[in-house]
Ligand binder design. Structure first.
Ligand SMILES: [Zn+2]
Length: 68
């Protein structure tokens, strides 16, 4: 199975867009559950990691890469 790499502060693209129209989310908390914040409307949701990995399409902007 493909392993997705993501970290705190990353901007990710989801497979399904948020009701507000944006499909970009920022990871604001990592753990067994992951809290993501919609870039479009700032609404945040807590979802299980497994579900997040399934719904996440790709990492658009890595926070770790920014530090270089
Ligand atoms: Zn939204």
């Amino acid at each position: 199975m493909e392993r997705k790499v993501f970290g705190l502060g990353d901007i990710v693209q989801m497979k399904k867009p948020h009701p507000c129209g944006s499909n970009e989310m920022e990871i604001i908390r990592m753990g067994m559950d992951i809290r993501i914040k919609c870039v479009g409307c700032q609404h945040s949701v807590l979802i299980p990691r497994v579900k997040f990995e399934k719904n996440m399409k790709k990492v658009l902007k890595s926070a770790a890469a920014d530090e270089q």
